[in-house]
Design a protein around this ligand. Structure first.
Ligand code: HH2
Length: 283
């Protein structure tokens, strides 16, 4: 068992993660499962990013390709045209860490050059070209677990022991990155809630987050508005899953995870503030 992470090195930033860092989701897509189409215009995207920062987001995760179950792939030209103006606008600001959520090496490279300080790869740096990009820069890396590909990942996913298998996979990916010369303190791991998992798999991963925190890497959790929350609460509309999303965030924070990837920054930050105030209340 390692000591839990307290910092995460992302390019020119060393982000404190001894209390959860809130990662605000910025989907510059027409078809994301909950906010598709809202921020496809770069000005709208940048102004939403600024709102999330003002509300307490510590990092902004910009994505140009929906990875919802069954989502059609997007060409690299199209993905780049969506994200680059936004990363350029935000990435040059001195105190705004920008993460690029992509599976594609050319997009990651271009965005790091444009000022992104983190690469968030939902396919877990399986592509050797992605490892090459990571090794050639000093960006922070989010290594996420996904079973298969977005088009097919929800076709009867099966694990004998979901927690052990996802944890083992992530540690193997991290080892491969370190063998490629990437510093350990740049690497964060993410169990990939909803990526090739049933509701029971997602709940088991959240229940056993300690097994991930014990690895000593910063742990990212992205449960926000996802379908398993709707399965538990009966709410079919993603943007009506706020209460369940905040509950998942607070549960995750209480298990010691380091980064919460959320749509609803203001509400999540407020809930964290209340739990912190209780934890540190005067005797
Ligand atoms: N979830 C989504 C996308 N990227 N990255 C990480 N590290 N962890 C996650 O859980 C994760 C992620 C899916 O959510 P969203 O971006 O809201 O939707 P879409 O993929 O439809 O754009």
């Amino acid at each position: 068992m390692s000591v839990p992470a307290t910092r995460w090195r992302c390019g020119r930033f060393t982000l404190p993660v001894d209390r959860p860092l809130v990662m605000g989701i910025l989907n510059v897509t027409p078809d994301s499962f909950s906010d598709g189409g809202r921020f496809i215009d770069p000005d709208a995207a940048v102004s939403h990013a600024r709102e999330m920062i003002a509300a307490g987001a510590g990092i902004i995760d910009v994505g140009g390709e929906s990875t919802r179950p069954g989502a059609p792939p997007v060409s690299s030209e199209e993905e780049l045209a969506r994200v680059l103006p936004v990363v350029e606008a935000l990435g040059g600001e001195p105190d705004v860490p920008v993460s690029i959520d992509t599976r594609h090496a050319v997009i990651a490279r271009a965005c790091v050059d444009a000022g992104a300080s983190t690469i968030n790869d939902v396919s877990g740096f399986r592509d050797p070209a992605m490892i090459g990009v990571a090794a050639a820069c000093d960006a922070g890396l989010v290594v996420m677990h996904m079973l298969g590909e977005p088009q097919t990942m929800q076709d009867e996913p099966h694990y004998d022991d979901v927690v052990a298998e996802v944890r083992g996979y992530l540690l193997a990916r991290a080892r491969e990155l370190e063998e490629a010369g990437i510093a350990r303190e740049r690497i964060a791991l993410d169990p990939g809630i909803g990526f090739g998992k049933t509701t029971q798999h997602n709940l088991a991963l959240l229940r056993d987050l300690d097994a991930f925190v014990e690895t000593g890497y910063p742990i990212v959790v992205g449960a926000s508005r996802k379908r398993f929350i709707g399965d538990v609460t009966g709410e079919s509309e993603p943007d009506k899953r706020l209460a369940g999303s905040v509950a998942a965030a607070i549960w995750s924070a209480s298990r010691g995870i380091h980064v919460l990837r959320v749509h609803d920054v203001r509400e999540t930050v407020a809930a964290l503030a209340v739990t912190d105030a209780v934890r540190w209340a005067d005797r």
